[in-house]
Design a protein around this ligand. Structure first.
Ligand code: AMP
Ligand code: MG
Length: 473
């Protein structure tokens, strides 16, 4: 494992030196071999294990300091309260990847927290981030899961754990806010230069590199959120400290994947006002970008910043439309605009399962609507919609079955249902990781049939619909 230390080289204003503090009887229980080989990490190597288990410390490991708008209010100082950045690895694609351990112990930014993570939250992050990666959504990814015999106290004592994860970058919008609101323009400039060099090298050749970088951040954020909306992912805590400059989904907490379709759904039970409700995510993305842009008010004019922000909506809408057209097997945006709104209304009225509906639509025979009609109460309304849909599809190029094949390749059969995560967690807490591995396996290739795992592609039973998830874990 060849660790580099680029972020550490920025200096003390950006982080504090922190080492991994091992848990009692910590052991490696799962690792992501595909990603590990890509990053050339050998989990069998004694040196690597010693570093990851905190037996040997890395001279430059650190916790990052940042700020952030949390639920609309500004917190001038946050930071990795339980995370340690071990360093970066240069992968064969030439890019740097952060190696970050969650649950590694107290840091100067732990505030009232204990610096730890429980097995439940590490498993939730492992499953969700791998599911997102397989759905082609830029995301941090799980590399390894460690469990332990150490009790970590939440409402009740729970097994403590750590999650090793990797992302192209962990620099958050809140990093910029931290320096901007303290008037630390030199550090702000250092951070701009760092991001340009590490994440946006193409922007360096532009006439105004900062402007080019910000256009790209807006684009990546818009595309990330368009993808969330298309698969029904809800982040749950879209604070600016949980938004990465690289446009990767990070900080998996009380997230959720849409089951019964409901645009107003709020997955985070601590989000009392529904600030981060599913349908509000696109708007919050813009709100967060606005916070980020403010940090460059000494560098760029108001008009320039507004012009950059103005590209967001079109980027998001266009990307979302293309994703939804692919999901529905449509070729024209105008057809999507005619067919999608009434469909979503129907889905909402019928409380249809978002994932299963699109999968059913993908395998629908040209003249047999029964598989979908059998799922609804208002058969008349659904039949009308299906007729409209059918007539549009029949006017398009390509035969019905090849379009259906293309739809099956973009509409997952498997999604991370909350109750499935819950069952995998309960088993893992008893020391049985088989359900976790079985679930992970289908989430890693969610478009495949996995006939032996049909039980993992079903709607939640009643008890599984009311499970609560909230912020701190
Ligand atoms: P989040 O909204 O989950 O990203 O967390 C907000 C902040 O709280 C971040 O700075 C986290 O590092 C910190 N945090 C969350 N849980 C803990 C914990 N158990 N101990 C210390 N800090 C924590
Ligand atoms: Mg966070």
């Amino acid at each position: 494992m060849k660790l580099e230390h680029h972020y550490a080289a920025l200096g003390d204003a950006f982080s504090s030196h922190v080492a991994i503090q091992p848990l009692h009887e910590q052991r490696l229980v799962e690792c992501n071999q595909t990603l590990a080989s890509f990053l050339e990490i050998d989990f069998k190597s004694p040196e690597t294990r010693a570093i990851l288990l905190g037996e040997e410390s890395v001279p430059n490991s650190l916790s990052m300091v940042y700020a952030g708008h949390q639920f609309g209010g500004f917190s001038p100082q946050l930071g990795d309260g339980r995370g340690v950045l071990l360093g970066e690895i240069r992968a064969p694609d030439g890019r740097l990847y952060d190696l970050h351990m969650k649950g590694a112990g107290l840091t100067p930014y732990s505030r009232r927290g204990d610096g730890r993570a429980v097995l439940r939250s590490c498993i939730r992050e492992y499953l969700a981030s791998e599911a997102m990666a397989a759905l082609q959504i830029p995301t941090s990814r799980a590399l390894a899961l460690f469990d332990s015999r150490e009790a970590v106290y939440r409402e009740i004592p729970e097994p403590g754990a750590m999650l090793l994860r990797s992302a192209h970058g962990h620099i958050r919008f809140g990093h910029f806010e931290y320096f901007f609101y303290q008037g630390k323009q030199d550090e702000l400039q250092q951070l701009i230069d760092y991001c340009l060099k590490q994440y946006f090298p193409d922007a360096l050749t532009a006439e105004q590199p900062l402007v080019a970088m910000l256009f790209e951040v807006v684009k990546r954020t818009a595309q990330m959120i368009a993808k969330w909306q298309s698969v029904g992912f809800q982040h749950g805590v879209m604070n600016t400290d949980n938004f990465s400059m690289t446009g990767e989904t990070i900080d998996y907490g009380p997230y959720g994947f849409m089951e019964d379709f409901d645009e107003g759904w709020v997955c985070n039970h601590s989000d009392y006002e529904g600030r981060y409700a599913f349908s509000r995510q696109p708007g919050v993305g813009l709100w967060n970008l606005n916070c980020l842009m403010r940090c460059f008010s000494e560098h760029l004019s108001r008009d320039q910043l507004v012009a950059i922000l103005q590209t967001y909506e079109t980027q998001l809408q266009t990307h979302y439309d293309h994703l939804m057209m692919a999901k529905m097997g449509l070729q024209k945006q105008q057809d999507l605009h005619a067919l999608l709104p009434p469909l979503l209304q129907l889905m909402s009225k019928e409380k249809m399962d978002y994932t299963l509906f699109f999968r059913l639509l993908s395998s629908l025979e040209q003249n047999d609507f029964a598989p979908i009609l059998d799922e609804v109460i208002d058969r008349e309304a659904m039949r009308d919609w299906l007729h409209e849909y059918q007539s549009v599809r029949l006017k398009e190029d390509g035969d019905w079955s090849s379009v259906s094949d293309a739809m099956l390749a973009v509409n997952p059969k498997f999604i991370l249902r909350n109750y499935l995560a819950h069952e995998a967690i309960q088993a893992a807490e008893r020391g049985d990781y088989l359900p976790f591995r079985r679930l992970l396996n289908v989430l890693n290739s969610p478009f495949a049939d996995h006939d032996a795992a049909n039980d993992l592609a079903q709607r939640a039973p009643e008890w599984g619909k009311s499970l609560e998830v909230s912020c701190s874990s």
